[in-house]
Structures are given as C-alpha cells and as structure tokens.
Design a protein around this ligand. Sequence first.
Ligand SMILES: Cc1cc2nc3c(=O)[nH]c(=O)nc-3n(C[C@H](O)[C@H](O)[C@H](O)COP(=O)(O)O)c2cc1C
Length: 206
Amino acid sequence: MTQSAPADPAQRRFLFLLGSTRREGNSELLARRAAAHLPAGAEQRWLRLADLPVPTFVDQRHDGGHPEPTGNLRTLLDATLDATDLVVVSPLYWYSVTTGVKQYLDHWSGWLRLPEADFKRRMAGRTMWAVTAMADRDPARAEPLAGTLRISADYLAMRWGGVLLGNGSRPGDVLTDTDALRRAETFFTADDAPEAARPAPAWATV
Ligand SMILES: Cc1cc2nc3c(=O)[nH]c(=O)nc-3n(C[C@H](O)[C@H](O)[C@H](O)COP(=O)(O)O)c2cc1C
C-alpha cells in the first residue's frame, strides 16, 4: 500500500537538510522562520550537509552494485527514511541546488538499489519541500532548482509541498524580505501540497 503523509500533525517528522556552504545564511534563516510555524506537535530535525561529508558518488549500478552505506551516508539514509517531510534548504547556486544537495540526491540512486532500505516504496507518499534564498529578484530564475526537486519527488511518488523563496545576498538580507517572511508563516500549514503528479506506480503498491 502507498504510504501517505500522516494526517495527525503530531505524527509528522520534518527533516531540514541544510545545503548552504555557510552557516546561518539566508536560506537557513528563512527555513527557521518557516519552522516556527510547523503544525502543532510536529517534530523537527536539522542536519547540515556540510557537517556530514559523504564520499563522492560513483555510479556502480552496473558494476556489482553499491556498498552498504556507512558513517554519514548511513546517518543521512536513516534520517531520510525516518522523515515524513523532507525539507531541502538550499540557496540558489547557478540556478540549481548546491553541490552538497546534489551529492545527497545522487546517493539516492544507490539507496534505491539497497534491498533492505526499500527506499522507493517507503518514500512514496511523503512530502518534499524546498526553502531557497537567492540574490536575483526574479522568482523564475529559481525554476531549475524547483524543477529538479519537484520532478525528483515525483519520481519517488512523493508529494510536492512547494518552494519558499527569499531574496538576499549577504547573510541576514532575507530578514528584510517581508514578503518571504510572511509566506514563511503559512508555508508548512497551507495544506495545499498536491498529490504526486502521477498515480503511485506498481512498485509503490506492493
Ligand atoms: C556559487 C554561488 C552561486 C550563486 N548562484 C546564484 C544564482 O544562480 N542566482 C542567484 O540569484 N543567486 C546566486 N547566488 C547568490 C546566493 O544564492 C545568495 O547569496 C543566497 O542568499 C545565499 O544563501 P545562503 O546565505 O543561505 O548561503 C550564488 C552564490 C554563490 C556563492
């Protein structure tokens, strides 16, 4: 059966994956504002990808398969599987996610092939969100980032919560983006996250 997001907010567990290369930058500040308005009772966990370096991803799909994840990779896999809501907090770097976030996503390819992880079936029905800071004032410039995450979520039959965008260059700038701060207040509770764009495929229903 497809796993869906728990209806009871107290059963929701939000994992915030911080993808900036600097601490307390704009994307993190905006995410913390949004997290102050999580559904009542929801748990939150924060992991900074820069504190959890992982091996450079090597495609071993057709070369004996990927080894069992250990160390930081295991921490990230377990945290991902434990979350009902995955929040990718990434500044816009060259119109997409940061290298750290991309590296994390690349490792999903290995996790998808770990029989014991059952990654594809277990991620189905969970929700992915994004929080992004960018120097540009044109939200359309963030479309490649949004598309990368939204379509990746769709690939796993996850729900897509949307992107919370904020403007800023120097750390702290985003705190002057009053529109973004207002959107942050209802970002996680607006409850309009659409179902994944396509029906759950067969592998998610066995
Ligand atoms: C390597 C790099 C690439 C960037 N690329 C973009 C970009 O494509 N578009 C943009 O609007 N801002 C870009 N920026 C600016 C950052 O998105 C902006 O400074 C943001 O506030 C940084 O977020 P942070 O404080 O959470 O790290 C880039 C910054 C860096 C360091």
